[in-house]
Design a protein around this ligand. Structure first.
Ligand SMILES: C[S@@+](CC[C@H](N)C(=O)[O-])C[C@H]1O[C@@H](n2cnc3c(N)ncnc32)[C@H](O)[C@@H]1O
Length: 210
C-alpha cells in the first residue's frame, strides 16, 4: 500500500480509519477505483470515521454478531471494513440503485435497493450513519403514524444499533431502544440557531426488551 498523507485523511474526515489500521488493502482499492469511474460526486464519499468507531466497538463488545445492516449505505464505500461480517447495505437513492453503483468488495456482502422501513433485510445490528431522517423515506413520512409504527416494528428486528442522527430520530428510536453509550466525541455546533451534534461519534443502542 502506498504512503497515505495524514493531513489529507484529516481533511476528508478519515483519520480514525488510519488510527485503527482500517485502510483498504490493494485488492479493495482496485475494486474501489474501478467503480469510482462510474460515480459522479463532488468529493463526498461518506463518513469513514463513523464506520471505524462502529467496527472497533462491535469487535470489542459484541463478539457474537454476524449480520450487520447498514441503513443508508450510499455506495457502500466503507463496507470493506466489515469483511468478517455478513454485511448488507440498504440504500434508496434512485441513481445508485438503478445504475447499481454499489461497491461490491466481497461476494458475501449484499445490497438491497429501497427505503427503510419498507426495505429491511433484518440482522443482529443496524448502522445508521447520517442517514435516517436526513431526507429520504423516514423524513418525508415522519408525520404519518402508519409509517412511524412500521418504522418502529422494523427497527425492532435488530438487537443493537449504531446511530448518528438528529434528536427527533433518536427520540423515536428511544421508544424501543435504550442508548447505552456514545462512542467517539460529540462536538455541538450552532448553525442558524439550531444546535447540531457534529464530530466523530456514534450512539450505541440496545433493544429495551433484551
Ligand atoms: C449522508 S449519506 C451517508 C452515507 C453513509 N451512511 C455514511 O455515513 O457514509 C445518507 C444516505 O442515506 C440514504 N438514506 C436516507 N434515508 C434512508 C432510508 N430511509 N432508507 C435507505 N436509505 C436512506 C440516502 O439516500 C443517502 O445515500
Amino acid at each position: 500500500m502506498g504512503q497515505v498523507d495524514r493531513a489529507f485523511l484529516e481533511e476528508v474526515g478519515l483519520e480514525l480509519v488510519y488510527d485503527y489500521g482500517l485502510l483498504r488493502n490493494e485488492q479493495e482499492t482496485n475494486i474501489f477505483k474501478e467503480k469510482m469511474n462510474q460515480i459522479e460526486t463532488d468529493g463526498f464519499w461518506g463518513f469513514g470515521n463513523n464506520y471505524a468507531l462502529t467496527l472497533k466497538h462491535m469487535k470489542e463488545h459484541l463478539p457474537d454478531v454476524r449480520t450487520v445492516v447498514d441503513i443508508g449505505c450510499c455506495w457502500g464505500v466503507f463496507s470493506y471494513m466489515f469483511k468478517d461480517y455478513q454485511y448488507i447495505g440498504v440504500e434508496e437513492d434512485r441513481e445508485i440503485c438503478e445504475k447499481d453503483l454499489f461497491i461490491r468488495y466481497y461476494p458475501h456482502h449484499q445490497y438491497v435497493a429501497g427505503g427503510f422501513p419498507y426495505a429491511n433485510p433484518g440482522g443482529d445490528v443496524f448502522i445508521a450513519s447520517m442517514s435516517l431522517g436526513y431526507g429520504g423515506t423516514l423524513y418525508h413520512q415522519k408525520d404519518n403514524p402508519e409509517v412511524i409504527n412500521l418504522f418502529l416494528d422494523e427497527i425492532s428486528r435488530y438487537k443493537y444499533g449504531y446511530i448518528k442522527a438528529d434528536k427527533w430520530v433518536e427520540d423515536l428510536i428511544a421508544e424501543r431502544f435504550e442508548k447505552v453509550e456514545t462512542i467517539g466525541k460529540v462536538k455541538p455546533v450552532k448553525i442558524r440557531n439550531v444546535i447540531h451534534n457534529l464530530g466523530d461519534y456514534m450512539g450505541f443502542w440496545k433493544r429495551k426488551d433484551m
